[in-house]
Design a protein around this ligand. Structure first.
Ligand code: BGC
Length: 522
């Protein structure tokens, strides 16, 4: 054993240190960055179904909705204009995440978080006070920029701060905050919808300022990560920070590996040009496919359209909001399952179990709807039957909440070497946002054309992604973030892309033969 570092069964070292209160609090504060994203996901669907909101900003849509006499349950709510408004935020976030990459790398992670929080705050004010569609759209663009910056920086920050063996748990704080944001938004919409005077939507939109204020103020007090401090040329501060977050003076090994990683990273002047190099192919593939697959689970059909969907399958409008609250609660509580198991069971087991659970549920839900509505969309659900549908939707949401939900943010944030980490995370965010946008945009039309088959469509995708994970994703639990290359180097497929000279991780490389760890300890 060299220098107190131990290779665990996952193939990585274990550095000395424990979970300190300081690092825990830091991670909780940073994770609140997820609230703004979650709040937005939850709020727009409800607001755009409020009549006073539609009358003021989208009178055409309102008239169409009033005149709508169609009895086809699948094709009721189709309005491209409205979905464009909802999904415009995701396009803004997509673009913003590329700018965030530079801020995060050059100035440090916390400034991206601060910038994200502040921009979101202004967007919330503009939306709450909106007098016309222009203000509304401008506000949404600012919200999108805020989300782009927060989602780019928070997951990376969490993965860098956390000790390797608890990285999964601390990183999933981000997803937990997303789910809390969604639930809070659902509850708020439920309340503001009841305001008779018709300004309830303003309250819903303006309250986005609360999560924005939390992350804005929080990030002012956040320290930067040791990785980022070293990368930006502050070695003493980095050592001090490492001692503080690990709660030990014995930080020598970890510090040395961070310095090696940073020296590597200094050789890379243009992360965007480098990321396409062959040696980064495994990480690049994951940064593109994981967010793509996460959205192709179909989760946002439930998150954005739960009220519409539940109305479609025979609930009244009040009951449908209630059902959205139920799925919101399941989403929050099921996330805890991944928090407590991700560093023990590992990422792969959760991906595979969650995927299987989602496939089964989607097939059941599709079939239940097919039986009642067939292909012409005419029919009515009894209470018991509808409850059954909700039950399986909830089991599906739970499966997502302990697999693709949190892991879709965790895995991409932990697999990149320092020199391309920011760029890689931007790709992750932008692919995620693009497909969030695309699915939001296409869902109502797809439902109208594919009918119950839409659920089978997503089940097919979940089957593909689960197979992909089982073949191509190596386990990353407990592996120190700057040693991740060893995981790819020992993978049966990805090892082809990484030459011996690409592996520079202190002593560990000498312990590898043909990419396989030689023993359990160095
Ligand atoms: C996804 C969102 C989704 C949310 C649901 C997140 O991980 O990125 O698109 O709405 O989970 O909880």
């Amino acid at each position: 054993m060299a220098g107190g570092a131990i290779v665990n069964t996952g193939g990585g070292k274990e550095y000395p240190g424990k979970l300190t209160l300081f690092v825990f609090i830091t991670c909780v504060v940073a994770a609140t960055g997820g609230l703004i994203f979650g709040y937005d996901i939850g709020i727009s669907g409800g607001v755009t179904s409020m009549d006073p909101f539609l009358k003021k900003f989208f009178p055409e849509v309102f008239r169409k909705k009033e005149d709508d006499k169609t009895t086809n349950q699948y094709c009721k709510f189709d309005s491209q204009l409205l979905t464009t408004f909802t999904s415009s935020l995701y396009l803004a976030a997509l673009v913003a995440s590329f700018f965030a990459a530079t801020v995060t790398r050059v100035f440090g992670r916390k400034w991206s978080m601060l910038g994200g929080g502040l921009t979101f705050l202004v967007g919330a004010a503009l939306n709450g006070a909106a007098q016309n569609v222009l203000m509304l759209i401008l506000g949404r663009i600012l919200l999108g920029i805020g989300v782009g910056f927060a989602n780019q920086s928070v997951p990376v920050y969490l993965s860098e701060m956390a000790p390797a063996k608890l990285r999964g748990m601390l990183n999933i704080g981000f997803q937990l905050m997303i789910t809390v944001g969604i639930l809070a938004a659902n509850l708020i919409n439920y309340g503001t919808d009841k305001i008779k005077a018709g300004w309830g939507w303003r309250v819903s939109l303006a309250l986005a300022a609360v999560p924005a204020a939390i992350i804005t103020v929080g990030s002012v007090f956040l320290p930067d990560t040791p990785n980022s401090l070293i990368e930006r040329g502050y070695p003493e501060e980095a050592q001090r920070m490492l001692r503080r977050i690990r709660g030990t003076d014995d930080i020598h090994d970890e510090y040395r590996d961070l310095v090696v990683a940073s020296e590597e990273s200094k050789l890379v002047k243009h992360p965007w040009a480098n990321i396409v190099k062959r040696k980064y192919r495994p990480q690049l593939t994951m940064a593109i496919l994981i967010p793509f697959f996460q959205q192709l689970t179909g989760i946002n059909v439930i998150m954005f359209y739960a009220p519409v969907l539940f109305q479609t399958i025979g609930f009244g409008s009040n009951a449908s909001l209630m059902s959205a609250v139920i799925t919101g609660l399941v989403n929050v509580f099921a996330t805890f399952v991944s928090i407590f198991t991700v560093d023990k069971l590992g990422r792969r087991k959760l991906f595979l179990e969650g995927g299987a659970q989602m496939i089964v549920c989607q097939i059941i839900v599709g079939t239940l709807i097919a039986i009642k509505f067939g292909t012409n969309g005419e029919g009515h659900l009894s209470k018991a039957y509808a409850a059954f549908v909700v039950l399986f939707i909830c089991i599906y949401v739970a499966g997502f909440a302990w697999s693709w939900g949190p892991l879709g943010w965790l895995v991409p944030s932990e697999i990149f070497p320092l020199e391309i980490r920011s760029a890689g995370q931007s790709i992750n965010v932008s692919v995620n946002m693009f497909f969030t946008f695309a699915i939001a945009q296409a869902f109502l039309t797809m439902l109208c054309h594919m009918k119950f088959g839409l659920f089978y469509f997503f089940a097919g995708w979940v089957l593909i992604m689960t197979t992909f994970i089982s073949i191509f994703l190596p386990e990353t639990k407990n592996v120190p973030i700057e040693e991740m290359i060893l995981v790819w180097r020992s993978h049966w497929f990805w090892s082809k892309f990484i030459a011996d000279e690409d592996v520079h991780v202190g002593k560990a490389e000498t312990e590898m033969s043909n990419g396989k760890p030689k023993s359990d300890a160095i």
